[in-house]
Design a protein around this ligand. Structure first.
Ligand code: AMP
Ligand code: ZN
Length: 468
């Protein structure tokens, strides 16, 4: 299996640190709002990477954090007049719902930065002891020039970085020994969440969070560290400096970065007003369509989001689902059990599609080509499976189709549709639970309906519902 390593700028053969195992860390979102479709890209592509490793028989320990202490969260909390904790808990729960809709598997562990502060303080202490960090007026900085390999991931040269140093200086940071030094710990400002530390009551810098959480849940050395390409510098460069300086070992062997998702050929940003949340998309499409859309391109190619491409993805996914449906129907009505000689011969063709799928995935997870192999298999199903096919042959086709689409995280077996009267019955049960103040039950019913594509809206006139 070959993967492109940002560190070496080359495709390299994957060799795990430990036979049969993959230790993988993916930087997660900062939780101050619903996630947007850009955030969904790393979630979907690296979930697919994980699924492919699992398909190959690897045991994958997949860690992805939630950054739940950050300026943006504090700002949002102030705007709403609630605690930062309330904001982050709310949007973690919403993010998990979106992940479920996109069929992104929960990580082995989803650590929260605020629950790992003790470990971060320990790591900062080690860095100070080893001469890699220093304190000034309650703030702790990483001494960048002390880490000789700084710049190795982003392929930046320290001298070039220094020549642009003016722009790196943030007001109030003139006390730094060097403009390239970055914050490990900062004192709190009035009204901010804070933790006690040997240096000040305050909070950790963003970069140290990932170094510590990766170490705690995966060990000092990991196989793969991943995230969007905007994280290469400074976030991942700084993580490498911190982890390697503190642990004295190479941190991650392979660094994987997805390219950006644009919208209507423009960068997606709040100021341009072209910002789309995953939740908005789910009003219009099954989130499986969004997942299929993301996988239609290679993860290192920029991808443009547009209504046309979403429609094309919807149709493409439908073709696969229809083939799976057709196979199911034929299987239920098949007249013969065992494969004929002719079917056995045709069966060997199926393996060529499987091989094509695997070689695409082995080549730095080329999901675009993998999807093309699935379409070839679908075409083969449509031309060779019919009312006269044996059950064994149909089952073989179905097994292959399901195992490949499962690697892509696509659910091709249609869920039974809920009837209107069943939905209304569940809504009544939810209302009863709310009346009895059993909010956990009420939420569970709402989520169950959401899982089946039914969206509830509480209005003054009562509960309204619609199909996604
Ligand atoms: P953030 O919450 O900004 O830290 O982002 C969480 C993850 O989403 C990171 O891996 C980012 O690199 C990634 N990300 C943010 N915006 C985009 C985008 N437009 N396209 C692709 N990835 C993105
Ligand atoms: Zn990170």
């Amino acid at each position: 299996m070959k993967l492109y390593n940002t560190l070496s700028k080359k495709k390299e053969e994957f060799v795990p640190l430990e036979e049969g195992k993959v230790r993988m860390y993916v930087c997660g979102p900062t939780v101050y709002n619903f996630i947007h479709i850009g955030n969904a890209r790393p979630m979907i592509v690296f979930d697919t990477v994980r699924r492919y490793f699992e398909y190959k028989g690897y045991d994958v320990n997949y860690v992805s954090n939630f950054t739940d202490v950050d300026d943006k969260i504090i700002k949002k909390a102030l705007e709403e007049g609630v605690s930062s904790d309330e904001i982050s808990k709310r949007y973690i729960a919403e993010c998990k719902k979106d992940m479920e809709g996109m069929n992104v598997k929960p990580a082995t562990t989803h650590p929260l930065a605020t629950e790992e502060i003790g470990g971060m303080i320990e790591m900062i202490r080690t860095l100070i002891e080893k001469g890699y960090a220093y304190e000034k007026n309650g703030t702790v900085y990483f001494r960048t020039r002390q880490f000789k390999e700084y710049g190795k991931l982003s392929h930046k040269n320290l001298d070039d970085l220094r020549s642009g140093e003016r722009s790196l200086l943030v007001t109030g940071e003139d006390e730094k020994e060097d403009p390239l030094d970055f914050v490990l710990w900062k004192p709190k400002k009035e009204g901010e969440p804070s933790w006690e530390s040997p240096w000040s009551d305050g909070r950790p810098g963003w970069h140290i969070e990932c170094s510590e959480m990766s170490k705690k849940y995966l060990g000092e050395q990991i196989d793969i560290h991943a995230g969007g390409e905007d994280l290469v510098f400074p976030h991942h460069e700084n993580e490498i400096a911190q982890s390697e300086a503190a642990n004295g070992k190479e941190f991650a062997k392979y660094w994987l970065h997805n390219a950006f998702l644009n919208i209507d050929n423009r960068k997606m940003s709040k100021s341009l007003g072209n910002f789309r949340t995953v939740r908005e998309i789910s009003d219009q499409y099954d989130l499986q369509v969004l997942r299929f859309f993301m996988l239609s391109a290679h993860y290192r190619s920029p991808l443009n989001f547009s209504a046309d491409l979403m429609e094309a993805s919807k149709n493409g996914l439908e073709r696969i689902v229809n083939a799976a449906d057709h196979l199911k129907f034929l299987m239920e009505n098949a007249q013969t059990e065992a494969m004929t000689e002719e079917e056995t011969k045709a069966g060997s063709n199926i393996e060529t599609f499987v091989k094509a799928f695997e070689s695409a995935m082995e080549d730095d997870f080329n999901t675009a080509d993998a999807v093309a192999a699935v379409f070839d298999l679908v075409k083969f199903v449509n031309t060779t499976a019919n009312a006269g096919s044996s059950k064994e042959y149909l089952k073989k086709l179905q097994n292959r189709l399901v195992s490949l689409t499962d690697v892509l995280g696509l659910i091709v077996e249609r869920q039974e549709e809920l009837l209107d009267k069943d939905i209304e019955e569940l809504i009544e049960q939810r209302q009863a639970a709310r009346k009895a103040k059993d909010f956990a039950r009420a939420d569970a019913i709402r989520d169950e309906l959401l899982g089946k594509g039914i969206i509830l809206k509480d209005t003054r006139e009562g509960v309204q519902w619609k199909r996604a």
